[in-house]
Write a protein that binds this ligand. Structure first.
Ligand code: ADP
Ligand code: ZN
Length: 219
């Protein structure tokens, strides 16, 4: 089973993906997480990725595609995976199709999350994440605050704010989303695998509600 999480930054891709991972028992592969891990460890890839990510730009396709290709060759994704944040361009989507074809796999469903822009910005500046790489639980200081300030409910590690989660960077992340990523909506609609879900406080629907609906589809 191959599930893709599509959507602008701050729509809840990571939140939905981590619930799906738990409920469906298949790993979550987040290109953003892979880049952040490399930046933290100071690898060559991390140094290159950081120059793009810190400006709110996409990491070039050739680099990103290569990383996903490697990841798809690992054993734990044989029975399926949830791609969170990949593909983000048509070129990446086409490359993914080829990679999956070689493994006799296909994209089963693309969960396209949409959220009103004002809510997105609000969410991104209030987002905090668990610093423990094994946990990475996502919080929102307003919508979903931790019980104890600055501490992860699940594992007790410190919560941090992502370096790119600020008002300045978010603007270019959104621009890039509309320019480069949103064409994928039509791309996957034409393939008959798109499922669009609104995530918005205004209708009282959060990532966890969407995740429940998706899990039902697979029952
Ligand atoms: P968000 O969806 O909130 O922007 P991610 O963790 O998915 O967060 O991505 C963080 C950053 O990592 C992106 O802004 C981009 O710079 C880079 N990135 C992640 N995935 C990709 C991708 N598939 N292609 C290019 N850049 C990516
Ligand atoms: Zn934690």
């Amino acid at each position: 089973m191959v599930i893709i999480m599509l959507g602008a930054p701050g729509t809840g891709k990571g939140t939905v993906a981590s619930i799906l991972t738990e409920k469906l028992g298949i790993p979550q592969v987040s290109t953003g997480d892979i880049f952040r891990k490399n930046i933290k460890e100071g690898t060559e890839l991390g140094k290159i990725a950081d120059t793009y990510i810190s400006k709110g730009n996409l990491v070039p396709d050739d680099i990103t595609i290569e990383i996903v290709k490697d990841r798809l060759n690992q054993k734990d994704v044989e029975n399926g995976l949830i791609l969170d944040g990949f593909p983000r361009t048509v070129e990446q989507a086409e490359a993914l199709e080829k990679m999956l074809e070689e493994k006799n796999k296909k994209v089963d469903i693309v969960v396209n999350l949409t959220t009103p822009e004002e809510e997105i910005i609000e969410r991104i500046v209030n987002r905090r994440v668990c610093s423990n790489q094994e946990c990475k639980t996502i919080y929102n200081l307003v919508l979903n605050p931790p019980k104890k300030e600055g501490i992860c409910d699940k594992c007790g590690s410190k919560l941090i704010q992502r370096k790119d989660d600020n008002v300045e960077t978010v603007k270019s992340r959104l621009d890039n989303y509309f320019k480069l990523t949103s064409p994928l909506i039509e791309y996957y609609e034409n393939k008959g695998v798109l499922k669009t879900e609104v995530v918005s406080e205004s209708i009282n629907k959060l990532g966890k509600d969407v995740a429940e609906e998706i899990v039902e589809l697979f029952k």
